[in-house]
Write a protein that binds this ligand. Structure first.
Ligand code: PRX
Length: 652
């Protein structure tokens, strides 16, 4: 953090301001500035107003019970998430409205209306029941971006099963770890998915994971269809493996939505932390749905005629909250795309925006930086005039990328919502409201109404630059870490009393706007994906040639951050480019391709204190090519010079 403060001071001098366009503000869902004050004076009342827009089978009797660090929201209330995302709209006569407008990477398309999606979800929910899945059972979902991913999630919520979606880019080992930690009973996967013209063979990965996933009793396999299924052989184990389409066609069409307690588990989502083992973030039903519903409507200013597209993958929390649950709870028309932004060419996203008439577009800064580099001519070839609101999430957005997004994609007319939140927060926490907030490039601006944050020093003292903290409970907060409440307490609640530690640094400017500075712990953010340095280190030392490894983040023009690994080999093992490639692949195999280090530096020693602690701060300085800070506490100061030389050669 400290080393970035020069750049940050420049950022804070940012004085371009973008008030909401008048016509936008006039019809915005939220355009009364008193909402902030109203929500702050009665947050429970504020959130209850949102909750009461949903269907409840039984009303809650208490809005909030806060016994730090555990919160319960809407106590006594009963509801069902899939009912609220589907039946509620069909019952209101909106069954013919498109829910999912799906496009595969090769250009094949499928559309589901709300009535069709409900029918598919009911049938698959019955299919899951026929495999013995019931309330509280865990189901792993390891799928590409196909409609069945949303169907599977909604089918689980319909019967009260707890889903754990694992990103399709994760390796068999990562999948097995998650199956085992959750003690999942069923795994839902596909023969494969398309990515940049190649097949990602998910069932093959799943089969490898299943060799080490003893709790999985049944596997459901979605046939992706088309050329992919024709060319991707799948081995089905009789009795264990079932084709999705066969289960669905054999199932009864009606499946009543289970009445769930507001605090019943909705899903587990694994995310990287500061140890080698990802943690299962636990979300529950009523509070989560309330906050994703409210934020989708207010932050994305959803109106009936909107076509909404969030480019995330359902494997990440953004896909859960802002492709599936938030938009469907709002009866939105949701575009879903299977593949890469640059396939078959770099104009694909803009062609999709034109084709579907997208009005609201939500993506990550890493994608925006890539588009920017690819040049204005790609978006220039498509008609983007229907776009009226843009959003970003996942990492800090540099003002240059913000301005490009505003100018080239937004045609200088679309407000931009830079939304800060986390897997743990479940829903958007800091964001402009597009009909109310004057934006400035690079800042997520203010907390959403009803949310209270502070910037704190280690001591707990409030300051204008320090750690981002959330000071009061919010409806969609994580309830615990699956199977490890102690880790929940120590990770988020041990820095200050009854205050949530987000793991990010932040600054407040003279307008009171919040600038998020990135992680302050050993968590990297590579292209918007969270990866723990310890996870990569454990994958490296798992290789037979490696004795020790230290991993740090390094600024990257497109990805925001990339991974640099400093590796000490076992005695007698010679360094070579081949070994370097092998180590990168090994990490890819252990975790997934997103975790492969960008550079690997072999070193006989790592900089350590006399007590043996690796000084990552110095490694970060070396990786960034900066002047190395204080080395007086090093056991062997010469090691830094040697490392710098090696790193320079590598970069050379
Ligand atoms: O460092 C922050 C960054 O992403 C982290 C959360 O990652 P994850 O749980 O994977 O969720 C990503 C999608 C919600 C945060 O701790 N982050 C997220 N949004 C922003 C951001 N950093 C700056 N600005 C944002 N808008």
């Amino acid at each position: 953090m400290s080393s970035d403060s020069g750049a940050l001071d420049d950022l804070l001098r940012e004085d371009r301001r973008f008030p909401p366009p008048r016509d936008f503000a006039d019809r915005a869902v939220m355009n009364d500035p008193s909402v902030y004050e109203r929500a702050a004076s009665d947050p429970e009342g504020y959130w209850s107003t949102w909750a009461s827009e949903l269907d409840w089978f039984e009303p809650w009797h208490t809005v909030l019970e806060w016994t730090p660090p555990h919160a319960k929201w809407f106590l006594g209330g009963k509801l069902n998430v899939s009912h609220n995302c589907l039946d509620r709209h069909v019952q209101a006569g909106r069954g013919d409205r498109p829910a999912l407008l799906w496009e595969g990477e090769p250009g094949d398309t499928r559309t589901f209306t709300y009535a069709e999606l409900l029918a598919e979800v009911c049938a698959f929910a019955n299919g899951l029941k026929s495999l013995g899945v019931g309330k509280g059972d865990r189901v792993t979902i390891y799928l590409p971006m196909v409609p069945e991913a949303a169907v599977a999630m909604l089918a689980c919520t319909r019967i009260g099963a707890v889903h754990s979606v694992v990103f399709g880019g994760f390796s068999p080992d990562s999948l097995a770890d998650r199956n085992n930690d959750a003690r999942a009973k069923v795994l839902i996967t596909a023969d494969g998915g398309w990515r940049r013209g190649s097949v990602v063979a998910l069932k093959e990965n799943a089969d490898a994971a299943l060799e080490q996933s003893p709790t999985i009793e049944h596997v459901v396999v979605v046939e992706r269809g088309g050329a992919l299924s024709a060319q991707t052989p799948v081995t089905m184990v009789p009795g264990r493996d079932h084709w999705y389409h066969e289960l669905v066609s054999a199932a009864a069409p009606d499946c009543p939505a289970e009445s769930m307690d507001a605090e019943d588990l909705l899903f587990i989502l694994y995310t990287s932390g500061t140890t080698g083992k990802p943690k299962g973030v636990v979300h529950t039903t009523g509070g989560y749905l309330t906050q994703v519903y409210a934020t989708t409507k207010a932050v994305f200013d959803l109106h009936d005629d909107d076509v909404y597209w969030c480019t995330a993958d359902v494997g990440w929390v953004t896909g859960h909250s802002y492709i599936v649950y938030g938009p469907l709870a709002n009866c939105a028309q949701v575009v879903m795309y299977e593949g890469a932004p640059d396939f078959p060419d770099r104009g694909r996203f803009w062609q999709l925006c034109e084709k579907y008439g997208v009005t609201i577009f939500y993506t990550a800064p890493t994608a925006i930086r890539a588009f920017m580099r690819w040049g204005d001519s790609w978006p220039g070839q498509s008609d983007l005039s229907k776009l009226r609101l843009l959003g970003t999430v996942g990492e800090p957005i540099n003002p240059e990328a913000w301005m490009w997004y505003h100018r080239v994609i937004g045609g200088e007319r679309c407000p931009i919502v830079d939304t800060w939140w986390q897997t743990e927060t479940g829903a958007i926490m800091i964001t402009p409201l597009p009909g109310l907030t004057e934006t400035k490039p690079g800042t997520a601006t203010r907390p959403f109404p009803g949310i209270q944050v502070a910037i704190k020093e280690e001591s707990g003292q409030e300051t204008s630059a320090g750690y981002l903290a959330i000071t009061t409970p919010w409806p969609s907060m994580l309830r615990t870490v699956w199977g490890d409440d102690e880790r929940f307490r120590s990770t988020y609640w041990s820095k200050w009393e009854n205050v949530y530690f987000a793991g990010d640094g932040a600054k407040r400017d003279e307008d009171g706007y919040l600038w998020i500075l990135g992680r302050v712990d050993d968590v990297l953010n590579v292209a918007g994906h969270r990866i723990g340095t310890m996870e990569v280190e454990s994958a490296l030392v798992d290789h037979p040639s490696v004795v020790e490894a230290a991993v740090v983040g390094k600024a990257h023009e497109i990805k925001g951050e990339s991974i640099a690994a400093f590796v000490t080999l076992k005695e007698g093992i010679a360094t070579s480019d081949a070994l370097m490639a092998e180590l990168r692949d090994h990490v890819g195999k252990k975790i997934g391709p997103i975790a492969k280090p960008e550079i690997v530096v072999f070193t006989a020693d790592l900089p350590k204190t006399r007590s043996g602690k690796i000084m990552r701060r110095l490694l970060r300085d070396i990786a960034e090519g900066r002047t190395v800070g204080d080395t007086t506490t090093l056991a062997d100061p010469a090691v830094v010079r040697r490392l710098q030389q090696m790193h320079e050669e590598k970069e050379g």
